[in-house]
Design a protein around this ligand. Structure first.
Ligand SMILES: [Ca+2]
Length: 445
């Protein structure tokens, strides 16, 4: 009965599923050969690397065949001198560490283990963490899915060795920390291509973004690289506008080879001067200018690139914009202290008023936001009820750029019910004359 129970327990262990590729290993320990004999190490001691572990007994013929295949097909490939800077690393530059672990008892085989490890290209060798090198043979048990509670080879079946590859790059952009990359019983030369591909799939940590070393201001305005737009406003044909930019060294070491250049389709409409100093110490500044000389009518755009030759410095880019055209007036109408009107869209209600008595009044402000005189200003009305809306509009006015004037509209219904009209403000504005404003009110008895 006792024998039967032991056999059943053994079978249940032997049949347990091994952790799948993609699952996360605990931080397991093993003993690594050192000048002191053996040091206890854990998987986390290999942080930053890809760890290839071969668990085997060096005297076992099947183990020998398979660990030699791992050496020839995987380790030798990545350790080839022809890989140059990538020697000992995967294709993404992640270092590869290999360990041959003996799961076997018997200290007398240490020398054999060591020489076998070296002969087959493993960087290190060690032993299962158990001090007696006896059961439970922790690592093998984990990766195998259960203990082997016997030294009888027939109970181990063919599964006497196991290669495990783990990602130990904490913060890898492709795999989790301690993720199992390869977990298979039989590694042979026929699957080394797939094994290399799995190892090559491991990516390093994302490179940290270097702190910006360049601070850029236009006048008193701080700019944001890649986001800010500097406007040169409107320039009449044949003229130009110049703005001054200041570079400040925001790092703790000198910035050298400072240069400002322009790119973009209309870069020819802008001219950049050389920075006064091409090397600046921390917290020091230098400046340069950009002149906008439009070659065509309309809006012109370019990109300013400020660069240095100092390693680790990110380029600073800013959008530039300017327009070109003859001076023109621009009308803007606001209902006093409330909102800006939109030509043809704004509808204003004067509420209800008794027929033939004066109701609500609204005040408006006209502003010339353009760069030429706003002239020919007059207010006319249309609609059947236009006489219900009484306008007080200044006579003979014209507005210089930036100047304003006000007018008033009052509601006095001449009949009952809904009353409607349109106010039409005429001016020399290019595209908003007349400026139409709908007005409504209700006549009450
Ligand atoms: Ca306009």
């Amino acid at each position: 009965m006792l024998r039967l129970l032991s056999f059943a327990m053994l079978c249940s262990f032997a049949n347990a599923a091994a952790p799948a590729v993609g699952s996360i290993s605990p931080n397991q320990q093993f003993a690594r050969k050192s000048s002191n004999g053996f040091d206890l190490v854990s998987l986390d001691d290999y942080e930053g690397k890809i760890l290839v572990i071969m668990m085997m007994t060096p005297w076992c013929p099947i183990c020998q065949t398979n660990s030699q295949a791992v050496g020839n097909g995987l380790l030798d490939h990545f350790d080839s001198p022809s890989r140059g800077n990538l020697r000992g690393k995967n294709d993404n530059g992640v270092p590869i560490q290999s360990v041959l672990l003996s799961t076997e008892q018997a200290a007398s085989w240490d020398e054999t283990n060591q020489s076998f490890s070296a002969a087959n290209g493993f960087n290190q060798w060690g032993l299962d963490a158990n001090a007696q090198r006896q059961n439970p043979r922790q690592l093998l048990a984990y990766f195998r899915g259960g203990f082997i509670n016997s030294n009888n080879l027939s109970e181990w079946g063919n599964d006497r060795r196991r290669i495990v590859v783990l990602n130990l790059v904490n913060g890898s952009t492709s795999h989790s920390f301690r993720e199992i990359i390869i977990n298979q019983n039989f590694y042979t030369s026929s699957n080394n291509v797939a094994a290399r591909a799995a190892v090559n799939a491991i990516l390093p940590q994302a490179a940290a973004t270097p702190p910006s070393s360049i601070e850029l201001n236009q006048g008193e305005t701080g700019l944001r690289s890649g986001l800010s737009t500097v406007s040169f406003g409107k320039v009449t044909p044949g003229n130009s506008a110049t703005l001054t930019f200041t570079i400040r060294n925001n790092s703790t070491s000198d910035l050298a080879g400072i240069a400002a250049s322009l790119s973009g389709e209309q870069a020819a409409d802008f001219q950049v001067s050389s920075p006064i100093n091409t090397t600046i110490a921390p917290n020091q500044t230098t400046s340069f200018t950009i002149t906008f000389t439009p070659l065509a009518i309309g809006t012109q755009k370019a990109i300013l690139n400020v660069t240095t030759t100092t390693a680790g410095t990110s380029p600073f880019t800013v959008n530039l914009s300017g327009t070109s055209g003859q001076p023109s007036p621009e009308i803007e109408i606001q209902q006093q202290n409330r909102f800006t009107l939109v030509d043809g869209k704004t509808k204003l209600s004067f509420g209800s008023a008794k027929v033939r008595s004066r109701g609500k009044s609204l005040n408006f402000i006209i502003t010339n936001t353009g760069d030429a005189m706003l002239t020919d200003l007059a207010l006319t009305k249309s609609g059947n009820h236009r006489k219900d809306f009484i306008v007080s509009f200044p006579a003979d006015i014209q507005l210089a750029p930036g100047a304003s004037a006000s007018f008033k509209v009052s509601f006095m219904p001449r009949g009952a019910g809904s009353r409607k009209a349109t106010l039409k403000l005429i001016s020399n504005d290019a595209d908003e004359s007349p400026f139409d404003i709908s007005v409504t009110g209700v006549g009450a008895r």
